[in-house]
Design a protein around this ligand. Structure first.
Ligand code: HSE
Length: 411
């Protein structure tokens, strides 16, 4: 039986997960691909570290050793940073290998170039593991985009941030305690700033944008904010309003232009993201034929990410490398996110209530904390006037809770 030879670049959480899954699921892989999958080589950095890798596998610190292997079919990349990763993957494509990457930062910066080079060299690129961990969102979008026109994609795309927000709310952990736990569980990036400041989710958002809309918004114009400003006090204020903080990425095509935001957002009980807790991610896609779809699953960790890579292994080995990009520009006009559209917000730290007829004061949660209806322009204006004011959009229907609570108490 012929063999598919794979090299794994990096043996951290993801690389090891992929190695172990290829061993544990070799029968399924052989049955699906009609060929045996073998790990031929692993690229490592630290030679002192003890690893559980079979003696038959070449373990090396030199990428050149891998490129010089007699047979090499697929290169799986699970390292961090843009370089030397990008260079390694370009060389792998030049050699005629399919590539699979889990590196969001590198792929957000160089994905287009890699896809174009791969097309030229007649090989495939798998990047399922770059977005939303184990959720098969790339394949789902690819499938959906055959006919549907996607109008909006929203997602909880950083497992670490969602895990921290959940720990802070449910277990009253401090931000730091929750982050340490996320690191111990292998969810966080080597530099967790990428997670908690929203960079990781931003890169994933750009990858989704390219896939769903064929292009990306201007990176400088994307509103990107992490979760570091979310205090336990804010989480409690939100909870009193029946809301939960989620770090949400949103991409919308509006009048032929892509608008994207990546920031803390509030959701109520009816919203599909309300119950997405811990390291879970979720992606909500709105498209013209099917309507709304929400996918949910583990967004980080060894085996969820390995699952995405293994799905890609099957994809690159099975699919003829045609129209790999599978992206197109769609000129879909939607009503989402127009600047003057009325939205619901939680504002906190209000010193005085301004007389602005266009703002509707829906509910006072406590002194200085209100749920209001206003346009984003008006909220930004309000925050300019009152320096300590923080504001968060509420997605979906807002259900008044305090009045209900007060009424129940009065009974
Ligand atoms: N650090 C990332 C996260 C890993 O927490 O989502 C998965 O991309």
């Amino acid at each position: 039986m012929s063999v598919i030879k794979v090299a794994i670049l990096g043996f951290g959480t993801v690389g090891e997960g992929v190695y172990r899954t290829i061993q544990s699921h070799s029968e399924e892989l052989t049955a699906t691909l009609g060929k045996k999958v073998e790990v031929a080589a692993v690229l490592i950095r630290n030679t002192q570290k003890k690893r559980n890798i079979s003696e038959n596998v070449l373990v090396t610190t030199e990428f050149a050793d891998i490129l010089n292997l007699e047979q090499l079919d697929v290169v799986v990349e699970a390292i961090v940073d843009k370089e030397p990763t990008f260079t390694f993957l370009k060389s792998s494509i030049e050699r005629g290998c399919h590539i699979i990457t889990a590196n969001k930062e590198m792929f957000a910066h160089h994905g287009k170039e890699l896809l174009e080079l791969a097309e030229e060299k007649n090989v495939s690129v798998g990047f399922e593991a770059t977005v939303a961990g184990g959720i098969p969102v790339i394949q789902t979008l690819r499938q959906l985009l055959n006919i549907n026109r996607v109008k909006q994609v929203q997602g909880i795309l950083n497992g670490t941030s969602n895990f921290i927000l959940t720990e802070m709310r449910e277990k009253k952990q401090s931000f730091t305690q929750a982050l340490i736990l996320a690191q111990e569980n292998g969810y966080a990036e080597t530099d967790p700033t990428n997670d908690v400041e929203g960079f990781d989710a931003f890169y994933k958002t750009m990858i989704l944008s390219r896939l769903a809309f064929g292009e990306e918004p201007n990176w400088q114009e994307v509103e990107r904010e992490g979760i570091t400003s979310i205090t336990s006090e804010l989480i409690e204020a939100a909870e009193n309003a029946g809301l939960r903080f989620k770090h949400i990425a949103s991409i919308t095509m509006l009048d032929g232009q892509i608008k994207a935001t990546v920031k803390p957002t509030l959701v109520g009980k009816e919203h599909p993201f309300y119950h997405v807790e811990g390291v879970q991610n979720a992606v909500n896609v709105q498209s013209d034929i099917v309507g709304e779809i929400t996918l949910q699953g583990p967004g980080a960790g060894m085996f969820p990410t390995a699952s995405a890579v293994i799905e890609d292994l099957v994809y690159v080995c099975q699919n003829p490398p045609v129209n790999r990009n599978l992206t197109r520009s769609l000129d879909v006009t939607t009503e989402f996110n127009k600047n003057d559209k009325q939205e619901t917000w939680l504002v906190h730290g209000l010193i005085h209530k301004p007389i602005t007829p266009s703002i509707t004061w829906i509910e006072e949660m406590e002194e200085g904390t209100y749920v209001i209806s206003a346009s984003s322009k008006e909220v930004i204006q309000l925050a300019k006037q009152q320096k300590n004011l923080v504001y968060f959009p509420i997605l979906g229907e807002y259900e008044r809770v305090n009045r209900v609570k007060a009424a129940l108490k009065a009974l």
